[in-house]
Write a protein that binds this ligand. Structure first.
Ligand code: PRX
Length: 651
């Protein structure tokens, strides 16, 4: 039996929500026929479609060819020279929109900043000049480890302006995780802050950087934003205050003429091995795809106040806080802190005060809000909202319905956008003015996206049969590789189903051509919409002196979607205890970050293995989810192991 034959879908969801007439009447695309016509065109003649689309961007030198496809290596808009920061900022100013608001930011303590497109461009210019003064040159990878403050967006755009690829590390990652990423990218400079506010406390970002840099021989400079005024250590010569270095720079900084295929950024994400992958995105294709998809999926209009609640440290924040929305000239709202600070009404209070029109979040957040009850959102006037979005994991129909009624007032379409760090932009999503929505369904492919549900041999599955989701044609925002490991790029994405890009997601296509995502088929777990490889957590656990062997699996979790369960075999002479459990949890937090902390830890003398020595994760999964093992155990080497795991305490 092939893997795909074992993928079964048991979800039956028949509710349908056509676009509200009021929304459709003002939407960029408002009829299914128009969507079908454009999608057909984009698939039958992708080069023609993208050539036409790329015309509305500023190219310093025109491209000579739309696509060069030498599988699995793609080049888009070949020979074109452009600059993404220029297209985000200067182009808006040249269109006469320099005085429009680009960013509205609110800090967790309640402080705020607004910047027009002109002000943002000037700040980006100053930061770019500061980076240059520290010796940053085109092609140097700059690491950013910052809170959700305007300066994070300014720093990333400054990098783009001078052609220095950024590598943004989510502020929740630990010193060890920073060091791994900085060393992989060989960064010479890190931009950080003294701290960031989270739930009323200071996250000690600079302290984590100081710790990391001890094992990062390449780092020469650390640029530090003063945000929380918490006490920090200082290394003179290496450390520089943002307000001293950046604020004194001239605003003018000519944009670098970047080649369409110059690296724009790398972003580390989890895979099936212990080592995170630096996903590479380049300039021209990413620029065009993020702007184009943001325009149509979020139906962006100049008056929109657009709020994506993601952290810029994840791909959602790259593509749909910074690059996509700014190129569309909207007012991007940014919030620094936690959704429940000072209480669970914070987000809705923001929507009310800032008259947010588009709100894009993750299912895990929606489930957390649901749990707090309907009375909280009901207290706020959210009539400004016109569109909602979801991303990061499949949204369960119950959460979808709650979002639709309690937040969207039954008037806002919901765009459930399926995509990945690797895809660069949303690939399957409703277009809100024309797609009939089904709760829990990401619906239809975006323009230029040729997706299919196939079995392992690449044969398309019939309607309503589960299989692997693959992408059959290259697309402009596709990853160009894994930094420093092109072999892994080929093996991971292009060899599983010959000839196609392998998403590692299970999926089914229904009788109306809608795609229903069913979760990952590899050892990557989606926790609160964040991707964690089980192998990474295993390698963190075995690096603890008490641990001989560890296996980590995903289990369903009411709020997070999935959580981690760890099975740990201790070294001889070690005894299981609550103290050891706590020590292991702290150790994982130190090695990776709090997001990777397992929900359960079970101890045993050994792990269940096949006779050939392979850990039987399927059994562990079953045990962690149900407390029992009823599945096939015929290949198990020693059944006693299961009995002892079952009896061991769960944490
Ligand atoms: O399993 C899919 C899930 O998130 C994975 C990608 O994770 P990451 O690279 O961290 O990017 C998340 C934000 C784009 C996918 O392989 N996923 C993402 N969006 C959805 C989803 N699963 C179902 N529905 C979605 N809308």
């Amino acid at each position: 039996m092939t893997e795909s034959q074992t993928i079964q879908s048991s979800m039956v969801e028949t509710r349908k929500f056509p676009p509200p007439a009021r929304f459709a009447s003002q939407a960029h695309i408002n009829s299914p026929a128009e969507y079908q016509r454009m999608h057909r065109l984009s698939i039958d003649d992708p080069e023609g479609y993208w050539r036409e689309t790329a015309k509305s961007f500023v190219w310093f030198e025109p491209f000579t060819r739309v696509l060069k496809w030498d599988p699995p290596h793609a080049q888009w808009f070949v020979g074109g020279k452009t600059n993404v920061a220029y297209n985000c900022l200067d182009v808006q100013i040249d269109r006469g929109h320099g005085e429009r608001t680009a960013i509205t930011w609110e800090g967790e303590p309640g402080d705020g900043v607004t910047l027009t497109y002109r002000q943002l461009r000037d700040r980006v210019g100053q930061c770019a000049n500061a980076l240059k003064s520290l010796g940053v040159k085109k092609g140097d990878i700059v690491t950013l480890y910052m809170p959700m403050v305007p300066e994070l967006m300014i720093a990333m755009l400054a990098c783009a302006r001078i052609g220095a690829p950024h590598s943004i590390i989510f502020g929740g990652f630990s010193a060890t995780a920073i060091a791994d990423r900085v060393n992989d990218a060989k960064s010479r400079i890190i931009v950080t802050a003294d701290g960031g506010w989270r739930r009323g406390s200071v996250v000690p970002l600079k302290q984590n950087v100081d710790e990391a840099v001890k094992s990062c021989p390449t780092v020469q400079h650390v640029l530090v934003l003063k945000r929380c005024e918490n006490e920090i250590a200082w290394t003179s010569g290496r450390d520089h205050w943002w307000h001293e270095l950046v604020d004194s720079q001239p605003a003018a900084c000519p944009p670098e003429r970047c080649d369409s295929e110059d690296l724009l950024f790398i972003l580390y994400t989890s895979g099936t091995t212990g080592k995170p992958k630096g996903i590479m995105h380049t300039t021209g294709g990413y620029m065009v795809y993020t702007a184009h998809s943001a325009k149509y999926i979020f139906d962006l209009k100049p008056d929109d106040v657009y709020w994506c609640t993601a952290d810029i440290g994840w791909v959602t924040g790259h593509s749909y806080i910074t690059y996509g929305p700014l190129q569309n000239g909207v007012n991007v709202f940014m919030y620094e802190g936690a959704p429940n600070h000072p209480d669970w009404g914070r987000f809705w209070d923001i929507v009310q005060r800032h008259r947010v029109t588009i709100f894009y979040t993750a299912p895990t957040a929606i489930r957390s809000f649901m749990r707090q009850g309907d009375a909280i959102p009901a207290k706020y006037d959210m009539s400004s909202l016109r569109l909602l979005g979801s991303v990061g994991e499949p949204i369960n129909p119950e959460a979808w319905m709650w979002y639709h009624t309690r937040i969207g007032g039954e008037r806002c379409p919901i765009v459930d956008t399926w995509w990945q760090t690797e895809t660069g932009g949303a690939m399957i999503s409703p277009l809100p003015g024309c797609t009939t929505l089904k709760p829990g369904c990401a619906t239809k492919p975006f323009f230029g996206v040729d997706v299919a549900v196939v079995d392992q041999s690449g044969k398309e599955q019939p309607a309503n049969t589960g299989g692997f989701l693959v992408i059959r044609k290259p697309w402009p925002a596709m990853l160009r590789g894994i930094y420093g490991d092109m072999e892994r790029y080929r093996n991971q994405y292009w060899t599983q189903v010959p000839g196609f890009y392998f998403t590692a997601d299970a999926c089914r296509r229904d009788e109306d051509g809608n795609f229903w995502l069913m979760g990952r088929v590899d050892d990557v777990i989606n926790i609160s919409g964040h991707r964690i490889g089980t192998a990474e957590v295993e390698s963190a656990l075995v690096s603890h002196p008490a641990v001989a062997e560890a296996a980590v699996v995903g289990v369903p979790h009411e709020i997070k979607g999935q959580a981690l369960a760890a099975f740990v075999a201790l070294k001889r002479g070690q005894t299981a205890s609550d103290d050891l459990k706590k020590a292991l949890l702290d150790h994982v937090t130190k090695e990776i970050g709090a997001i990777a902390r397992p929900e359960q830890i079970r101890f045993s003398e050994a792990l269940p293995k096949t006779r050939s020595g392979k850990i039987m994760r399927r059994l562990l999964k079953e045990l962690a989810s149900t407390g029992e093992v009823k599945g096939d155990t015929t290949t198990l080497e020693d059944f006693g192991v299961i009995a002892s795991l079952r009896e061991s305490d769960e944490g």
